[in-house]
Design a protein around this ligand. Structure first.
Ligand SMILES: Nc1nc2c(ncn2[C@@H]2O[C@H](COP(=O)(O)OP(=O)(O)OP(=O)(O)O)[C@@H](O)[C@H]2O)c(=O)[nH]1
Ligand SMILES: [Mg+2]
Ligand SMILES: [Zn+2]
Length: 331
Protein backbone atom coordinates (compact mmCIF):
# COMPACT_ATOMS: atom_id res chain seq x y z
CA UNK A 1 0.00 0.00 0.00
CA UNK A 2 1.22 3.48 -0.89
CA UNK A 3 1.18 6.51 1.45
CA UNK A 4 2.80 9.94 1.71
CA UNK A 5 4.93 11.14 4.63
CA UNK A 6 3.59 14.36 6.15
CA UNK A 7 5.54 14.58 9.41
CA UNK A 8 8.54 12.88 11.01
CA UNK A 9 9.21 12.77 14.74
CA UNK A 10 12.33 10.85 15.78
CA UNK A 11 11.72 7.27 14.57
CA UNK A 12 8.04 7.73 13.76
CA UNK A 13 6.78 8.53 10.28
CA UNK A 14 3.29 10.02 10.07
CA UNK A 15 1.60 9.17 6.80
CA UNK A 16 -1.57 9.67 4.80
CA UNK A 17 -2.84 6.95 2.49
CA UNK A 18 -4.76 7.36 -0.79
CA UNK A 19 -7.98 7.88 1.18
CA UNK A 20 -6.36 10.52 3.37
CA UNK A 21 -6.37 8.20 6.37
CA UNK A 22 -3.64 8.92 8.88
CA UNK A 23 -1.14 6.22 9.78
CA UNK A 24 2.06 5.96 11.77
CA UNK A 25 4.88 3.61 10.78
CA UNK A 26 8.56 2.91 11.35
CA UNK A 27 11.35 2.22 8.89
CA UNK A 28 12.14 -1.43 8.12
CA UNK A 29 15.59 -2.32 9.45
CA UNK A 30 16.84 -3.11 5.98
CA UNK A 31 16.11 0.50 4.90
CA UNK A 32 17.90 1.82 7.99
CA UNK A 33 20.92 -0.33 7.17
CA UNK A 34 20.92 0.96 3.60
CA UNK A 35 20.70 4.48 5.11
CA UNK A 36 17.57 5.29 3.08
CA UNK A 37 16.67 8.79 4.19
CA UNK A 38 12.90 9.25 4.06
CA UNK A 39 11.68 12.86 4.20
CA UNK A 40 8.41 14.82 4.29
CA UNK A 41 6.70 14.59 0.89
CA UNK A 42 8.04 11.12 0.11
CA UNK A 43 5.69 8.44 -1.16
CA UNK A 44 6.42 5.07 0.43
CA UNK A 45 5.20 1.49 0.25
CA UNK A 46 3.98 -0.04 3.51
CA UNK A 47 4.09 -3.58 4.83
CA UNK A 48 0.83 -5.53 4.85
CA UNK A 49 0.20 -4.77 8.53
CA UNK A 50 0.91 -1.05 7.74
CA UNK A 51 3.41 -0.84 10.60
CA UNK A 52 6.55 -0.56 8.49
CA UNK A 53 7.83 1.43 5.54
CA UNK A 54 9.29 -1.16 3.18
CA UNK A 55 10.37 0.99 0.23
CA UNK A 56 10.63 4.49 -1.11
CA UNK A 57 8.83 5.43 -4.34
CA UNK A 58 11.06 7.32 -6.80
CA UNK A 59 10.97 11.05 -6.08
CA UNK A 60 9.82 13.63 -8.62
CA UNK A 61 12.21 16.15 -7.03
CA UNK A 62 13.80 17.04 -3.70
CA UNK A 63 15.32 20.05 -1.94
CA UNK A 64 17.66 19.67 1.03
CA UNK A 65 17.34 22.85 3.10
CA UNK A 66 14.56 22.32 4.16
CA UNK A 67 14.44 18.65 3.20
CA UNK A 68 11.17 18.10 1.32
CA UNK A 69 10.32 16.07 -1.79
CA UNK A 70 7.70 15.82 -4.54
CA UNK A 71 6.93 19.52 -4.73
CA UNK A 72 4.91 21.22 -7.48
CA UNK A 73 5.63 24.76 -6.41
CA UNK A 74 7.59 26.72 -3.81
CA UNK A 75 6.12 29.77 -2.16
CA UNK A 76 9.03 32.00 -1.21
CA UNK A 77 7.79 34.29 1.56
CA UNK A 78 9.58 37.48 2.55
CA UNK A 79 8.43 40.30 4.77
CA UNK A 80 8.39 43.87 3.53
CA UNK A 81 8.91 45.04 7.10
CA UNK A 82 9.67 43.40 10.45
CA UNK A 83 12.10 41.99 9.38
CA UNK A 84 13.12 44.55 6.70
CA UNK A 85 12.86 43.41 3.09
CA UNK A 86 16.14 41.63 2.36
CA UNK A 87 16.70 41.16 -1.37
CA UNK A 88 19.87 39.13 -0.91
CA UNK A 89 18.04 36.58 1.24
CA UNK A 90 15.15 36.49 -1.23
CA UNK A 91 17.56 35.93 -4.13
CA UNK A 92 19.28 33.26 -2.06
CA UNK A 93 16.07 31.21 -1.85
CA UNK A 94 15.19 31.83 -5.51
CA UNK A 95 18.66 30.81 -6.71
CA UNK A 96 18.69 27.75 -4.50
CA UNK A 97 15.29 26.60 -5.80
CA UNK A 98 16.34 27.29 -9.38
CA UNK A 99 19.31 24.98 -8.87
CA UNK A 100 16.86 22.21 -7.92
CA UNK A 101 14.52 23.11 -10.78
CA UNK A 102 11.55 23.94 -8.55
CA UNK A 103 8.96 26.46 -9.81
CA UNK A 104 8.57 29.44 -7.46
CA UNK A 105 6.24 32.30 -6.72
CA UNK A 106 7.12 35.12 -4.35
CA UNK A 107 4.85 36.37 -1.54
CA UNK A 108 5.76 39.80 -0.18
CA UNK A 109 4.08 39.69 3.22
CA UNK A 110 3.07 42.21 5.91
CA UNK A 111 1.78 44.80 3.43
CA UNK A 112 -0.37 46.17 6.30
CA UNK A 113 2.82 47.60 7.83
CA UNK A 114 3.62 49.96 4.96
CA UNK A 115 1.91 53.11 3.72
CA UNK A 116 3.02 53.22 0.11
CA UNK A 117 1.92 49.82 -1.17
CA UNK A 118 2.04 50.87 -4.83
CA UNK A 119 5.63 51.98 -4.85
CA UNK A 120 6.83 48.71 -3.31
CA UNK A 121 4.66 46.79 -5.78
CA UNK A 122 6.26 48.63 -8.71
CA UNK A 123 9.74 48.10 -7.32
CA UNK A 124 9.46 44.34 -6.78
CA UNK A 125 7.62 43.77 -10.03
CA UNK A 126 10.27 45.63 -11.99
CA UNK A 127 12.89 43.20 -10.64
CA UNK A 128 11.06 39.89 -10.53
CA UNK A 129 8.50 39.93 -13.33
CA UNK A 130 11.14 40.11 -16.09
CA UNK A 131 12.72 37.05 -14.45
CA UNK A 132 9.44 35.17 -14.87
CA UNK A 133 8.34 35.11 -11.22
CA UNK A 134 4.73 35.61 -10.27
CA UNK A 135 4.57 37.94 -7.25
CA UNK A 136 1.87 38.47 -4.62
CA UNK A 137 1.68 41.35 -2.19
CA UNK A 138 -0.20 40.06 0.84
CA UNK A 139 -0.95 40.45 4.50
CA UNK A 140 -1.13 36.99 6.00
CA UNK A 141 -2.33 38.45 9.29
CA UNK A 142 -5.13 40.60 7.83
CA UNK A 143 -5.93 38.13 5.03
CA UNK A 144 -5.27 40.61 2.24
CA UNK A 145 -4.46 39.33 -1.27
CA UNK A 146 -5.01 35.68 -0.39
CA UNK A 147 -7.83 34.85 -2.85
CA UNK A 148 -5.63 35.38 -5.89
CA UNK A 149 -2.89 33.32 -4.26
CA UNK A 150 -5.29 30.47 -3.46
CA UNK A 151 -6.55 30.25 -7.03
CA UNK A 152 -2.94 30.10 -8.23
CA UNK A 153 -1.88 27.25 -5.95
CA UNK A 154 -4.99 25.07 -6.26
CA UNK A 155 -4.43 21.32 -6.69
CA UNK A 156 -0.71 21.63 -6.05
CA UNK A 157 1.72 20.39 -3.42
CA UNK A 158 3.51 23.45 -2.15
CA UNK A 159 6.43 24.18 0.12
CA UNK A 160 6.72 27.53 1.91
CA UNK A 161 10.26 28.82 2.27
CA UNK A 162 11.65 31.97 3.82
CA UNK A 163 13.55 33.37 6.78
CA UNK A 164 12.30 32.99 10.32
CA UNK A 165 9.64 35.57 11.25
CA UNK A 166 8.48 36.45 7.73
CA UNK A 167 5.06 34.89 8.41
CA UNK A 168 5.07 31.46 6.78
CA UNK A 169 3.04 29.74 9.49
CA UNK A 170 0.72 32.76 9.84
CA UNK A 171 0.04 32.53 6.09
CA UNK A 172 -0.84 28.84 6.31
CA UNK A 173 -3.12 29.45 9.30
CA UNK A 174 -4.92 32.16 7.32
CA UNK A 175 -5.27 29.93 4.28
CA UNK A 176 -6.81 27.26 6.46
CA UNK A 177 -7.79 28.43 9.98
CA UNK A 178 -8.36 24.83 11.12
CA UNK A 179 -4.71 23.88 11.06
CA UNK A 180 -3.55 26.11 13.90
CA UNK A 181 0.22 26.09 13.36
CA UNK A 182 2.34 27.71 16.05
CA UNK A 183 3.53 31.24 15.22
CA UNK A 184 5.96 33.46 17.13
CA UNK A 185 6.71 37.11 17.69
CA UNK A 186 9.86 38.49 16.12
CA UNK A 187 12.64 39.60 18.43
CA UNK A 188 12.60 43.30 19.51
CA UNK A 189 16.39 43.33 19.63
CA UNK A 190 17.35 42.31 16.10
CA UNK A 191 13.97 42.26 14.32
CA UNK A 192 14.47 38.62 13.41
CA UNK A 193 12.21 35.63 13.91
CA UNK A 194 12.81 33.21 16.76
CA UNK A 195 12.69 29.96 14.76
CA UNK A 196 9.23 29.06 16.00
CA UNK A 197 8.65 26.26 13.48
CA UNK A 198 11.15 23.49 14.19
CA UNK A 199 10.16 20.72 11.77
CA UNK A 200 8.74 20.36 8.29
CA UNK A 201 5.09 19.43 8.26
CA UNK A 202 2.71 18.87 5.37
CA UNK A 203 -0.86 20.03 5.95
CA UNK A 204 -4.00 19.68 3.89
CA UNK A 205 -5.69 22.93 2.96
CA UNK A 206 -8.81 23.39 0.89
CA UNK A 207 -7.71 22.22 -2.55
CA UNK A 208 -3.96 21.98 -2.00
CA UNK A 209 -1.27 20.46 0.23
CA UNK A 210 1.39 22.60 1.77
CA UNK A 211 4.57 21.99 3.74
CA UNK A 212 5.40 24.47 6.50
CA UNK A 213 9.15 24.69 7.11
CA UNK A 214 11.52 26.26 9.64
CA UNK A 215 13.23 29.47 8.45
CA UNK A 216 16.69 28.49 7.26
CA UNK A 217 19.32 31.11 8.02
CA UNK A 218 22.18 28.80 7.12
CA UNK A 219 21.27 28.32 3.46
CA UNK A 220 24.63 28.72 1.70
CA UNK A 221 26.06 27.92 -1.72
CA UNK A 222 28.56 25.53 -0.23
CA UNK A 223 27.88 22.82 -2.82
CA UNK A 224 28.35 24.74 -6.07
CA UNK A 225 31.46 25.69 -8.07
CA UNK A 226 32.05 29.37 -8.95
CA UNK A 227 31.56 28.88 -12.71
CA UNK A 228 28.20 27.13 -12.12
CA UNK A 229 26.62 30.05 -10.27
CA UNK A 230 26.15 32.36 -13.26
CA UNK A 231 23.87 29.76 -14.90
CA UNK A 232 21.35 30.39 -12.11
CA UNK A 233 21.19 34.14 -12.83
CA UNK A 234 19.28 34.53 -16.11
CA UNK A 235 19.50 38.33 -15.93
CA UNK A 236 23.32 38.29 -15.64
CA UNK A 237 24.28 35.40 -17.83
CA UNK A 238 22.97 37.07 -21.02
CA UNK A 239 26.10 39.27 -20.90
CA UNK A 240 28.65 36.58 -20.17
CA UNK A 241 29.63 36.11 -23.82
CA UNK A 242 30.94 39.68 -23.74
CA UNK A 243 33.54 38.83 -21.07
CA UNK A 244 37.17 38.97 -22.25
CA UNK A 245 38.13 35.64 -20.71
CA UNK A 246 36.02 32.50 -20.85
CA UNK A 247 36.82 31.66 -17.21
CA UNK A 248 35.62 35.08 -15.98
CA UNK A 249 33.87 34.85 -12.61
CA UNK A 250 32.34 38.30 -13.19
CA UNK A 251 33.74 39.86 -10.04
CA UNK A 252 36.50 41.89 -11.70
CA UNK A 253 35.19 45.36 -11.06
CA UNK A 254 36.94 46.90 -14.08
CA UNK A 255 35.59 48.07 -17.42
CA UNK A 256 36.56 46.26 -20.60
CA UNK A 257 37.08 42.87 -18.92
CA UNK A 258 33.69 41.61 -17.79
CA UNK A 259 30.54 41.87 -19.91
CA UNK A 260 28.35 41.80 -16.82
CA UNK A 261 30.23 44.60 -15.10
CA UNK A 262 30.07 46.66 -18.30
CA UNK A 263 26.29 46.25 -18.42
CA UNK A 264 25.49 47.06 -14.81
CA UNK A 265 23.15 49.87 -15.88
CA UNK A 266 20.88 47.15 -17.32
CA UNK A 267 21.02 44.93 -14.23
CA UNK A 268 19.32 45.43 -10.87
CA UNK A 269 22.06 46.19 -8.34
CA UNK A 270 20.70 43.90 -5.61
CA UNK A 271 20.77 41.01 -8.08
CA UNK A 272 24.46 41.66 -8.86
CA UNK A 273 25.24 42.11 -5.15
CA UNK A 274 23.53 38.80 -4.44
CA UNK A 275 25.61 37.13 -7.17
CA UNK A 276 28.84 38.51 -5.66
CA UNK A 277 27.81 37.39 -2.18
CA UNK A 278 27.01 33.81 -3.28
CA UNK A 279 30.16 33.73 -5.44
CA UNK A 280 32.31 34.09 -2.31
CA UNK A 281 30.56 31.04 -0.85
CA UNK A 282 31.19 28.99 -4.01
CA UNK A 283 34.86 30.03 -3.93
CA UNK A 284 35.14 28.85 -0.32
CA UNK A 285 33.63 25.55 -1.41
CA UNK A 286 36.10 25.23 -4.30
CA UNK A 287 39.03 25.90 -1.94
CA UNK A 288 37.72 23.34 0.49
CA UNK A 289 37.36 20.56 -2.07
CA UNK A 290 40.69 21.30 -3.74
CA UNK A 291 42.40 21.03 -0.32
CA UNK A 292 40.61 17.74 0.25
CA UNK A 293 41.67 16.36 -3.12
CA UNK A 294 45.33 17.37 -2.50
CA UNK A 295 45.12 15.56 0.81
CA UNK A 296 43.65 12.53 -0.97
CA UNK A 297 46.40 12.66 -3.65
CA UNK A 298 49.07 12.72 -0.96
CA UNK A 299 47.62 9.57 0.51
CA UNK A 300 47.98 7.67 -2.78
CA UNK A 301 50.84 6.95 -5.17
CA UNK A 302 50.67 5.45 -8.64
CA UNK A 303 52.68 2.49 -9.80
CA UNK A 304 52.12 1.81 -13.50
CA UNK A 305 48.39 2.08 -13.87
CA UNK A 306 47.74 1.04 -10.29
CA UNK A 307 46.95 3.42 -7.45
CA UNK A 308 48.51 2.39 -4.16
CA UNK A 309 47.64 3.75 -0.76
CA UNK A 310 50.68 5.34 0.84
CA UNK A 311 51.44 4.33 4.40
CA UNK A 312 52.13 7.35 6.55
CA UNK A 313 55.64 7.77 7.96
CA UNK A 314 54.28 7.43 11.47
CA UNK A 315 52.69 4.10 10.65
CA UNK A 316 55.81 2.92 8.77
CA UNK A 317 57.98 3.80 11.77
CA UNK A 318 55.63 1.99 14.02
CA UNK A 319 55.70 -1.08 11.84
CA UNK A 320 59.53 -0.99 11.83
CA UNK A 321 59.63 -0.79 15.58
CA UNK A 322 57.21 -3.70 15.74
CA UNK A 323 59.52 -5.61 13.40
CA UNK A 324 62.47 -4.82 15.64
CA UNK A 325 60.48 -5.89 18.62
CA UNK A 326 59.64 -9.18 16.91
CA UNK A 327 63.32 -9.76 16.07
CA UNK A 328 64.21 -9.10 19.70
CA UNK A 329 61.48 -11.46 20.84
CA UNK A 330 62.86 -14.13 18.51
CA UNK A 331 66.36 -13.71 19.91
N1 LIG B 1 1.74 42.94 10.75
C1 LIG B 1 1.83 41.70 10.30
N2 LIG B 1 2.43 40.76 11.03
C2 LIG B 1 2.50 39.51 10.53
C3 LIG B 1 1.98 39.15 9.27
N3 LIG B 1 2.23 37.84 9.05
C4 LIG B 1 2.86 37.38 10.14
N4 LIG B 1 3.04 38.37 11.04
C5 LIG B 1 3.67 38.28 12.37
O1 LIG B 1 5.05 37.91 12.19
C6 LIG B 1 5.47 37.10 13.30
C7 LIG B 1 6.13 35.83 12.77
O2 LIG B 1 5.19 35.03 12.11
P1 LIG B 1 5.33 33.45 11.90
O3 LIG B 1 4.18 33.03 11.07
O4 LIG B 1 5.58 32.74 13.17
O5 LIG B 1 6.69 33.41 11.02
P2 LIG B 1 7.41 32.13 10.38
O6 LIG B 1 7.90 32.56 9.04
O7 LIG B 1 6.54 30.93 10.43
O8 LIG B 1 8.69 31.97 11.33
P3 LIG B 1 9.51 30.60 11.73
O9 LIG B 1 8.54 29.55 12.08
O10 LIG B 1 10.34 31.05 12.89
O11 LIG B 1 10.37 30.26 10.55
C8 LIG B 1 4.22 36.85 14.13
O12 LIG B 1 4.22 37.75 15.23
C9 LIG B 1 3.08 37.16 13.19
O13 LIG B 1 1.92 37.62 13.86
C10 LIG B 1 1.32 40.19 8.51
O14 LIG B 1 0.80 39.99 7.42
N5 LIG B 1 1.28 41.43 9.08
MG1 LIG C 1 6.74 29.09 11.29
ZN1 LIG D 1 32.54 38.42 -16.64
Amino acid sequence: MKAQVYKIHSDFYYLKDEHNLELCAKLRDVLKKRKVDVCVGDFVELSEDKNFIVSLVERKNIIYRPKVSNIDLALVVCAIKEPELDFIQLNRYLTYLKYYNIDCVICFNKEDLIDDVNSIKDKVNSIYEPLGYKTFLISAKNKIGLDELVSYIKNKTIVVCGLSGVGKSTLLNSLNPGINLKTGLISDKNQRGKHTTRHCEMVDCRGFRVVDTPGFSCLKFDFLLPNELIELFDDLKIYKNLCKYSNCTHDVLQSGICGIYDNLENINLSRYQSYLCFLEETKDYKNKISKQSIKKENLHKTSGDRTLTKISKRKRDKSRSTQNQNIKDDE
